[in-house]
Design a protein. Structure first.
Length: 260
C-alpha cells in the first residue's frame, strides 16, 4: 500500500530506535512510500508490536530483535548482516538516536553524563555510518539521514549537554557529506523544534495543556508540530527527488527559528 510518492519502491531502509514517537512516524511514512524496512530498537517487545502493525498494513518489515545496543560493534554488524540477508541490499540509513534523558544545569553535569550523551548522539551514529558505508556505496542510491534538534542553535537551560551533542550532529552531517560524495552516497540532516515526541526533553516534547497554549503562541505556524511533519521531510530527502541535495540541514520548527 503506497502513496503517490512511491519513488522509494523496492529500496531498503534501515531505521534505528524505531519505537520512539519520531521513529514510528518515520517508519510508517517511509514504508508507505514503498521502501522495505529493517528495524531496530532497544526494546524488543515494542519492536515486535510495531513491526506487526506495519506488516498488517502491507509494509515489508524485517525486525532485528536481537540488536539492543548499537554502541557495540558486534551488534551493529549483526544488524547490517541481517539487512543484507533479508533484502539483499541497503539503500538508506536513518540514524534516529532516541530520547534525551539527561537534563540539568550544564555545570552540574559529570564526565559520565558528558560521555553518555556524546556516545549516544555522536559516536554511535558515526560508527554506524562507517559500518554501513560499504552497503550504501554498493547501492549506488545510498543516502544517510541524521536527526538533530533546534537545541543545536538555541540551547535550552536544562538540556545543555544535549545541545552540544546536537550541534555536533549538524557538523557531522556536513563532514560526512563531503567524505561520502565520492562514494555516491548522500548525507543530510533534519533538525526538529517545537515538535511533540522529538525526544529532546524540551517543554514541547511532552507539553501539559497550560504549556501548550504558551508554546503555540510562540510558533508562527500556530501549533506544535507532530512527528509526521518531520517524517514527510525524511521521506523526501531519501528519495530520488532529492538526489542533488547533500550536506544540508533542514529545519522543521513551524517557523519558530525566525524568532531566535
Amino acid at each position: 500500500m503506497c502513496t503517490m510518492e512511491s519513488n522509494l519502491m523496492s529500496r531498503v531502509t534501515l531505521l534505528t530506535n524505531c519505537c520512539t514517537a519520531m521513529g514510528e512516524a518515520i517508519g510508517r511514512r517511509v514504508g508507505m512510500t514503498g521502501s522495505q524496512l529493517v528495524l531496530s530498537d532497544p526494546n524488543p517487545q515494542r519492536l515486535a508490536t510495531y513491526s506487526k502493525q506495519l506488516s498488517d498494513i502491507g509494509i515489508k518489515v524485517h525486525a532485528v530483535e536481537s540488536v539492543v545496543d548499537l554502541s557495540k560493534r558486534n551488534q551493529r554488524s549483526i544488524l547490517l548482516n541481517e539487512a543484507k540477508q533479508a533484502f539483499g541490499r541497503l539503500d538508506y540509513l536513518v540514524a534516529n538516536m532516541g530520547e534525551n534523558n539527561i537534563r540539568g544545569d550544564l555545570m552540574d553535569m559529570s564526565a559520565t553524563h558528558f560521555d553518555e550523551v556524546m556516545e549516544k548522539y555522536v559516536t554511535v551514529p558515526f560508527r554506524l555510518v562507517q559500518d554501513a558505508m560499504p552497503l550504501l556505496e554498493e547501492s549506488r542510491k545510498g543516502c544517510i539521514l541524521l536527526l538533530s534538534s533546534m537545541a543545536a542553535f538555541t540551547p535550552f537551560l536544562d538540556c545543555g549537554l544535549y545541545a552540544i551533542a546536537q550541534s555536533a550532529v549538524v557538523a557531522m552531517c556536513k563532514a560526512l557529506a563531503a567524505s561520502a560524495a565520492s562514494r555516491g552516497v548522500r548525507v543530510n540532516c533534519v533538525t526538529t523544534g517545537t515538535v511533540t515526541g522529538d525526544g529532546s526533553g524540551a517543554l514541547w516534547d511532552k507539553p501539559c495543556e497550560q504549556e501548550l497554549k504558551k508554546l503555540c503562541a510562540m510558533v508562527p505556524a500556530g501549533r506544535i508540530g507532530q512527528p509526521r511533519d518531520c517524517a514527510g521531510i525524511v521521506s523526501f530527502l531519501l528519495s530520488d527527488r532529492a538526489k542533488y541535495i547533500t550536506g544540508e540541514n533542514t529545519l522543521v520548527t513551524g517557523g519558530v527559528c525566525v524568532r531566535f
